[in-house]
Design a binder for this molecule. Sequence first.
Ligand code: SF4
Length: 359
Amino acid sequence: MINNDGQSDLIRLKDLAPEALTAAVAGLGEPSYRARQIIKWVYQKRVDSFDEMTTMSKVLRGKLSQKFAINKMARREMLVAKKEDAVKFAFELIGSSEWVECVLLYDGKRRTACLSSQLGCALGCVFCATGKMGFIRNLSQEEILGQLIGINDYLALRKDKPVTNIVFMGMGEALSNFERLRTSLEIIMHEDAFNIGGRRITISTAGVVPSIERLIAENLNVGLAISLNAVSDRQRSELMPVNKTYPIATLVAAAKKYYQKTGRRVTFEYICIAGRTDTIEAAGELERLLGGFPCKINLIPLNQCGDCPLEKSSERQLLMFADELHCRGFSATIRKSRGEDISGACGQLAGGVRQGESL
Ligand code: SF4
């Protein structure tokens, strides 16, 4: 069914949260278990037509197809890292010439999907290729979940298990697209859909404090990673303009509240930049800020992107900095950078073709 604007009148099924889907199915006179059946077909079996839903009568399938569209995003491009520990995907957005990027990371038995929540990003962190694109728009629930479906299709073709862990660390600030993030999480955690528990989901934020408060209030039971990256407001505001609105002290206070209310240790992501954030003085400042707070510090070697003038710390300096933090009582790990050669590492997703490169 096409309306006067050339758009389909059908409801995009993957834009519906479980409750909304149940209500829509009830509107067709069907019991609530039908919604669970549909969720299973769409997210676990990843079908893209009602005809394939053979546990339902032909009449019902006909009724459903008159009301809903099951859109599936086509894979536009895929790049496998040389070490085969990361795969970057670009999926085409439905009814648009744009696409979204996401990454699959292999780590032992884990299959982690690093998902995007926005096209571009408004926060403009200087070390981030996505930030350089500016903000284009929020992704819909269909577009967030479509990335996960596409990655699971890829894994299934290789007779591998589906995604086990999720991190929202792709394109965009996930907490700035809160409503769609929240409903996507409902589906991700749903036992008839992806069935991935909050223990295996991490939301990363550049530090949008009111949204951290909302995350606490909504009690979503997910892990929180805060991109800290600097120890003084002057330094952090240079790297991450969001710090001018939510300075370090406010951010650390929100992190402490998150821990108190959820009992979950917050991870501080900390990009090591040569001579700036990897010094003994910086370690001392970190102790002043976070000493005694049960948290994790994840040291990330800066990934070079575009014309970013910053230099990454040497391997030696990174190890020395990690040692310094251990001596000061922190749990600090150096994150293995995966996918750097496919621009799939932290801060490197930027819709290559949109920027005039090929993927
Ligand atoms: S690091 Fe995250 S918040 Fe900062 S510009 Fe990039 S995508 Fe946005």
